[in-house]
Design a protein around this ligand. Structure first.
Ligand code: PLP
Length: 516
């Protein structure tokens, strides 16, 4: 690394990104390129001789940016947004600059110790019970920074699996059963598959219960599994589900789990951030009964990707499953048992110095500003929800809890519109709904009212996203296709939200009138 070259190129990249942030709202939010677009623009093989940074940046501008979906755009409302920030980026830069590989304490003591301290700070801000904090749990609990929630679920699941198998014998792995709801994130099923657990229950939730997992449904599922000779080991409860941000009742679920010695993991990937605000802390009431808790700081906590915060009450359960001890890593500090070697709390050996960015975020903004940032998004979501409610053509599908609004054009609007009488088949031919549907010619497809409602909402979403002006994604609950308006991008302000709503109305106008 030549320091002067680093300085020169570093300044160029920062200038490039600062310009990008200035212009980001001008780009189509969802990339509009076609599959395989990039191969046409790049050479077939890697260069044999060095190329100047200037021409590389030109290519980034010309060929890479068109293929980027702009998660940093203020008009980004898809999935759950990712809120990068100056502090998050600066922390990431420091970490990349030092380029330490802090797998154990001796490989970079500051990386390990800062992580432990920052996770205790953040655990306190969240008012997690003392058992989750390293400093006040006789060093049994503590937090660790992983890449993603998928890793948090997998690590805690294998800890729970091995704890049980050490009692009943590894041959009994086929009897283990794990629980979530039909709203639990798909990472749970994937983790179970990787962990070799075949019995995965996705317990049904209902709209009448806001799609939360009911304790009595959990209990009856456990009863029937136990009756059939299965052994319950793990529950993945969610605070802020992906589709609708529903909240599983931790207190009741933990009570049930306790009876059966089930490990409870709380996945608060998105909504965990909001729990630093006193008004949202009750969403994790009952957390004292859980074994582990995780949230993604890279979702809604101004921390650049990737940064998943996981706390456990008993890190020995993790290390029993995940530790390795090859000769080349042996050192006095590890053998003294006075230090944490985070490699033993996670899947991989090598790990980034991620604590730096979380430390910078906490210090640069302070907890009060972080709370205000979250509240500003919740307020914008309330504004948006109010606008949806004022337009009688639309309906809110699930009541809003945080900064996600789930809405759709309502079935009654569609019944009154031209759209109800005409639909387009797979070849985009206009068909008379009455002639074809009521006479029983559905073009081989089951065409019914729900299908039409879903199709119209799907088309509405697609036409808005094709405009490039905003980007939203969808969800489905009880067969109803809904549009998810997820506020969380760092640059979003109220006027962006109002503009987005006008755009949605315009597209709905032309779709509802122009369907004939
Ligand atoms: N859990 C929930 C509730 C989520 O909403 C998401 C992503 O949106 C995840 C897990 C997956 O997170 P990750 O991509 O960090 O694994």
């Amino acid at each position: 690394v030549d320091p002067e070259e680093f300085r020169k190129q570093g300044h160029m990249i920062i200038d490039f990104l600062a310009d990008y942030y200035t212009k980001v709202s001008n780009f189509p939010v969802r990339s509009q390129v076609e599959p395989n677009y990039l191969r046409k623009h790049l050479p077939d093989s890697a260069p044999l001789v060095p190329e100047p940074i200037e021409s590389i940046l030109e290519d980034v501008q010309e060929h890479i940016i068109p293929g980027i979906t702009h998660w940093m755009s203020p008009n980004y409302y898809a999935y759950f947004p990712s809120s990068g920030s100056v502090a998050g980026f600066m922390g990431e830069m420091l970490s990349s600059g030092f380029n330490v590989v802090g797998f154990n304490w001796i490989s970079s003591p500051a990386a390990t110790e800062l992580e432990t301290i920052v996770m205790d700070w953040l655990g306190e801000v969240l008012k997690l019970p003392q058992q989750f904090l390293y400093k006040s749990s006789n060093n049994n609990g503590g937090g660790v920074l992983l890449g993603t929630t998928c890793e948090a679920v997998l690590c805690t699941l294998v800890a729970a699996r091995d704890k049980k198998l050490s009692q009943i014998g590894r041959d009994n792995i086929g009897k283990l059963v794990v629980y979530g709801s039909d709203q639990t994130h798909s990472s749970f099923g994937k983790a179970a598959q990787i962990a070799g657990i075949q019995n995965v229950r996705a317990i049904k939730t209902k709209r009448s219960n806001s799609f939360a997992l009911k304790a009595d449904s959990l209990l009856s599922t456990i009863h029937s599994d136990v009756k059939n000779g299965l052994i319950p080991i793990y529950l993945c409860a969610t605070v802020g589900t992906t589709a609708t941000t529903s909240i599983d009742p931790l207190m009741e679920l933990c009570d049930v789990a306790k009876e059966y010695e089930i490990w409870v993991h709380v996945d608060a990937a998105y909504a965990g951030s909001a729990c630093i605000c006193p008004e949202f802390r009750s969403c994790i009431d009952g957390i004292e009964g859980a074994n582990s808790f995780s949230f993604n700081a890279h979702k809604w906590f101004l921390t650049n990707l990737a940064c998943c915060c996981l706390w456990v009450k008993d890190h020995n359960a993790l290390t029993k499953s995940l530790s390795t001890n090859p000769e080349f890593l042996r050192n006095k500090a590890s053998e003294s048992k006075q230090v944490i070697d985070y490699k033993d709390w996670q899947i991989t050996l090598s790990r980034k110095f991620n604590a730096l960015k979380l430390w910078l975020v906490l210090r640069s903004y302070g907890v009060e500003n972080l709370r205000n940032f979250l509240r500003s998004h919740v307020n914008m979501a309330m504004t948006f929800e109010g606008l949806v409610k004022l337009d009688k053509r639309f309906e809110i599908v699930v009541p809003r809890k945080f900064s996600l609004v789930c809405f759709r054009v309502s079935p009654s609007t569609i019944a009154r519109s031209n759209y109800y009488y005409y639909y387009h088949d797979n070849n985009n031919n206009k068909n008379n709904y009455d002639d074809n549907y009521h006479n029983g010619h559905g073009y081989g497809k089951l065409v019914n009212d729900d299908y039409l409602v879903n199709e119209l909402n799907r088309k509405l979403l697609e036409s808005i996203n094709n405009s490039g002006k905003v980007y939203m994604t969808h969800g489905e609950v009880e067969g109803a296709f809904m549009i998810r308006f997820a506020i969380g991008a760092t640059l979003t302000e109220e006027h962006h939200v109002i503009m987005a709503w006008k755009l949605i109305q315009e597209h709905a106008d032309s779709l509802l009138l122009g369907s004939s």
